[in-house]
Design a binder for this molecule. Structure first.
Ligand code: BTN
Length: 325
């Protein structure tokens, strides 16, 4: 079976927006027999597309599959660059690993690696990231911004703002950002972001922004050790959420905000980040590799460094830590 034809057929059905497409017309357009068209239709049904066959009229698309298949995402995507190329794998150890390989092979800016399941998902500080099959969004976005390496850390904060905006838009929930880039709902983590860099003497070759978003899990889908600190959009909203809508919205905000950051600097985005922050203005404990500091999180700098004032009045710049509140 020719996969390209199956994909093109899906695209045609989506674009037809509920209007019937005749089997003969499709056969002529693709240069194949009507039986071959029927076989591709069966293949799409296997993938979860709901297709109604109406006598003398043809095929009508009645529903998309609940997978993150590129055809279904790209049909609703409004971006110019991000997600225009999607590498989709049903299961893989980590989308970050694949994205790193692709980035070394000159893959274009905005390429996305997407999977249904990660068997060795990576979190910050070399932790494991649990990625249940078909319930979340596990993706890595490859960016090739023309900026100096010192400007790289802010991309993580920009990505966090893009994700909260998308969660708000699609679900109506009110997420908060815990410095640097954990996204919380009612104090529990629903999203983690891991930004990695490929650079050389010429500057940044690629930024790889890994986003792990818990979407349709129920409590039992999480490992027992994270059940009291993790949550999903479904658990908070009480509704099953369309992952394709979320991916499309996230990529759109990510494109808009990374462009804004590159063109105008961090100013407006820092304001936006602060408006969603659950950390700024609150007493926190910052656990670092060698010490733990307690104090008030006063602000973040233009470089994204957390400014923590301890009881003795000293201001500490925190570059990397686990924050407890
Ligand atoms: C964190 O520790 O908070 C960051 C978690 C990042 C997880 C995402 S899921 C997609 C991408 N692939 C990975 O292996 N990790 C990131």
């Amino acid at each position: 079976m020719n996969i390209t034809v199956t994909r093109k057929l899906a695209q045609r059905l989506i674009e037809a927006q509920g209007v019937a497409l005749s089997g003969q017309q499709l056969a002529d357009d693709f240069g194949i027999s009507r039986t071959a068209v029927w076989k591709h239709i069966k293949e799409l049904e296997e993938q979860g597309y709901q297709i109604i066959s109406v006598k003398k009229k043809g095929y009508i698309l009645a529903g998309l599959p609940d997978t993150l298949e590129p055809t279904a995402i790209q049909a609703i995507l409004k971006t110019k660059r991000l997600g225009r190329s999607i590498h989709y794998i049903e299961s893989c150890p980590s989308t970050q690993i694949i994205a790193h390989q692709l980035a070394q092979e000159n893959t274009s800016d905005g390429t996305v690696v997407m999977t249904e399941e990660q068997t060795a998902g990576r979190g910050r500080m070399a932790r494991r990231w649990h990625s249940a099959a078909n319930k979340g969004i596990w993706m890595s976005v490859i960016l090739r911004p023309d900026v100096v390496p010192q400007k790289a850390p802010q991309f993580t904060l920009v990505a966090a703002v893009a994700v909260v905006r998308a969660i708000e838009q699609v679900t109506g929930l009110k997420p908060e950002i815990k410095w640097p880039n954990d996204i919380l709902l009612n104090g529990k983590k629903c999203t983690g972001i891991l930004t990695e860099l490929q650079s050389d003497a010429d500057g940044i070759q690629a930024l790889i922004i890994g986003i792990g978003l818990n979407v349709n899990q129920v409590a039992d889908d999480f490992d027992p050790e994270v059940q009291n600190i993790a949550t999903s959009l479904k658990m908070e909203s009480g509704k099953e959420i369309d992952r394709k809508e979320l991916v499309s919205s996230m990529l759109q905000f990510l494109e808009q905000y990374t462009d804004l950051y590159i063109e105008e600097g961090f100013g407006i985005l820092k304001l936006l980040w602060e408006s969603y922050s659950s950390t700024i203005g609150h007493p926190v404990r910052a656990r670092m590799a060698k010490e733990t500091l307690e104090g008030i999180a006063e602000s973040i700098t233009d470089e994204g460094v957390l400014q923590l004032r301890t009881a003795d009045g000293k201001l500490h710049g925190i570059y990397s830590a686990d924050i407890e509140m």
